[in-house]
Design a binder for this molecule. Structure first.
Ligand code: FES
Length: 322
């Protein structure tokens, strides 16, 4: 299945997981069909009837082909995504989703894996832990939530920990006498050769970036749920599209993606905030002004690819493989 293709799934069940968090079990609409395979850490795009597209991590075992499981936190600032899923969607309804895509892959060969998760950031991590458990590989999890009532999947994680003899540390920073997760202490005590992963709110990811700045980049993995900086909309450059033979002017106040859509060109896109990787395009010439949270620093420095939903140009022209 290509990145632009979608499939229909049916909501088999909806489960309360914690205060403000529901999980959705999605089955193929066609009976006895398998869903496209996925790796631990992958997400799907959910296309909502109101035109919004939202990305949700899969938390079931990648060995399962009959269903996808996603967890959805009800965001009080929801622009219609999580609110729709929580308030309107019911078991038996159908949804349009993309094939799974993975920007947060698990290194299955690592000597050990250490995870730091905050809030709904536990969802991709749970899928990764299930995969490590199946492989018989060691893991540690440090999981922070506001309170115990807000922490999803705790019993599942405790059962996985008991089976594996793994480390599970829970921390609830809004409970009386609580303290914040000490991320520098965790990263200073990593087992030799360990890979370390983080998914959670921006302050947690900022602390993680600082604490892991001195580690080899290939051992450090993170996934963002929200943009850190605004899109590049200064405009004033031309985008040359070699495959379609067109040239598009990007005016001030618009992203490259806005201009392409206005010109009737429909490249794949989803989150529109530089976090899902769907709009990635090869750069054939010119210098992008990278604003995404998908490419690594080394990938950004090589300027071979860019996310056109949020990144702009540092010069007067970009030539793209579109
Ligand atoms: S659409 Fe998600 S990164 Fe561009």
């Amino acid at each position: 299945m290509s990145i632009t293709e979608t499939l229909q799934v049916r909501v088999k069940s909806i489960t309360w997981e914690a205060e403000g968090i529901l999980s959705y079990e999605l089955w193929p609409v066609a009976p006895h069909k398998e869903l496209p395979p996925f790796e631990a850490g992958a997400h799907i795009d959910v296309h909502l009837p109101n035109g919004l597209i939202r990305n949700y991590s899969l938390f079931n075992s990648p060995q399962e082909r009959h269903r996808y499981l996603i967890g959805v936190n009800k965001d009080p600032q929801s622009r219609g995504g999580s609110r729709y899923l929580h308030e309107v969607l019911r078991p038996g309804d159908t949804l349009t989703v993309s094939a799974p895509r993975n920007n947060f892959p698990l290194d299955e060969a690592a000597a050990s894996s250490v995870f730091i998760a905050g809030g709904i950031g536990i969802t991709p991590v749970l899928g990764m832990i299930r995969r490590l458990q199946a492989l018989g590989r060691p893991w540690q999890l440090f999981y922070a939530a506001r309170t115990r009532k807000n922490a999803a999947f705790v019993e599942t994680l405790q059962a996985l920990r008991d089976d594996a003899g793994a480390t599970l540390q829970l921390s609830f920073d809004r409970e009386p006498g609580a303290s914040m997760l000490d991320i520098p202490a965790i990263t200073n005590a990593l087992p030799a050769g360990a890979h370390v992963y983080c998914c959670g709110p921006l302050p947690m990811l900022d602390a993680f970036e600082q604490a892991t700045a001195g580690l080899p980049p290939e051992r450090v993995h993170r996934e963002y749920f929200a943009a850190r900086e605004s899109a590049a909309t200064a405009g004033g450059f031309t985008v040359e599209l070699v495959r379609s033979g067109r040239s598009i002017e990007v005016a001030s106040g618009q992203t490259i993606l806005d201009c392409l859509l206005n010109a009737g060109i429909e490249p794949p896109y989803s989150c529109q905030e530089g976090i899902c990787g769907t709009c990635e395009v090869r750069v054939l010439a010119g210098l992008p002004d990278h604003r995404d949270l998908v490419l690594s620093e080394a990938e950004k420095a090589s300027n071979q690819r860019m996310m056109i939903c949020c990144s702009g140009a540092k010069g007067s022209k970009l030539v793209l493989d579109l």
